[in-house]
Design a protein around this ligand. Structure first.
Ligand code: AMP
Ligand code: MG
Length: 311
């Protein structure tokens, strides 16, 4: 079967839908996003309805340039400038004090906003054509696995989304790193494929959310421990029996009904993870077992998602 990737006519239609306050699912390099005009509170409300997402979970605003980012924040510190010039467009989100024009529903009432420039030509073209920043959480029902193909978006959200732009399989494959630059010290709120080490090399020490004293850490709502989960229960370890077991391994192979070999490299592992979990999570699967991944900051994002999928 041939896949029809997004063409310019479809992009025009998508941009018109965004301007009309509707929802468009779009590919990014991390996962597919469920996009709405971030400056239109009624449009953003539709995102929460379509996802069944609690209103306490803030959304990331997607922009097509640094000047556009600066219009949704009220401060743009040197650390943001340095990191953006190295990692934007890319899988790194900044949490910064928000500009007044960003509706409260986008930020779950917080005084800060998450902002990121995605590295995907379709996402960037959509934002530019619509002429507005896009609020865009992952295009899945709340707590479910994030989609990394257009087909997974359609299966998960159905008619709740007005249009799905198809950009093929996402290249990075897990959600962005989220870094708060809103307080006196940078705080890593969610690990991802831009690692803590890479960030510290540019801006110095970064604290980890949850490890800092009260009053220093920025509140990080939306960091529910159960998140990013397949339907079948997921366990970290080695498989015990084979019936209905899908086993994702990278070092230690064991007999299992579906033994799926994963790459021994964090970038390639991340790129395969959700697609593999979507495939492993079929009606015959009773349990998904994942071999624990290596230590090291380049695996932090993957380890975080696996821990939450197993919660
Ligand atoms: P998702 O859109 O599903 O990738 O999730 C977005 C994540 O970004 C949330 O779970 C939060 O952890 C984080 N986030 C977005 N905006 C903010 C904010 N203003 N303050 C703190 N965290 C945020
Ligand atoms: Mg999500």
């Amino acid at each position: 079967m041939t896949r029809t990737l997004t063409n310019s006519l479809e992009l025009e239609k998508a941009a018109a839908l965004i301007r009309a306050g509707r929802l468009v699912a779009f590919p990014t390099e991390t996962v597919y996003g469920l996009g709405a005009n971030a400056l239109d509170a009624a449009a953003v409300r539709r995102i929460y309805e379509a996802k069944g997402r609690p209103a306490t979970s803030p959304l990331i605003v997607h922009v097509a340039s640094v000047p556009m980012a600066r219009k949704v924040v009220s401060a743009w510190p040197t650390a943001a400038e340095k990191l953006a010039s190295r990692y934007w467009p890319g899988p790194l989100t900044f949490v910064l004090p928000k500009a007044k024009r960003v509706p409260d529903i986008v930020t779950a009432g917080l005084g800060t906003v998450g902002v990121r420039m995605p590295a995907h030509p379709i996402a960037l073209a959509l934002i530019r054509k619509a002429g507005v920043p896009l609020a865009g959480p992952s295009a899945n029902r709340f707590t479910e696995l994030s989609p990394v193909t257009a087909e997974q978006v359609r299966r998960g959200l159905g008619s709740a989304v007005d249009l799905v732009l198809d950009g093929g399989l996402c290249r990075v494959g897990i959600e962005s790193t989220v870094l708060s630059l809103a307080g006196p010290v940078p705080v890593l709120l969610r690990p991802g494929m831009v690692s803590r080490e890479q960030i510290e090399a540019l801006i110095g020490p970064v604290l980890l959310a949850g490890t800092v004293a009260d009053g220093v850490a920025h509140a990080a709502p939306g960091q529910h421990s159960k998140h990013y989960s397949p339907r079948a229960p997921l366990r970290l370890g080695l498989p015990s029996q084979s019936a209905g077991t899908a086993y994702l391994w990278w070092a230690v192979e064991r007999p299992a009904e579906f033994a799926i070999r994963m790459p021994n490299d964090p970038d390639r592992y991340g790129a395969m993870l959700y697609d593999t979990l979507h495939k492993a999570d079929n009606s015959e699967t009773r349990e998904i077992v994942v071999e624990p991944v290596p230590f090291g900051s380049d695996w932090d994002g993957i380890r975080d998602r696996l821990a939450r999928a197993a919660a």
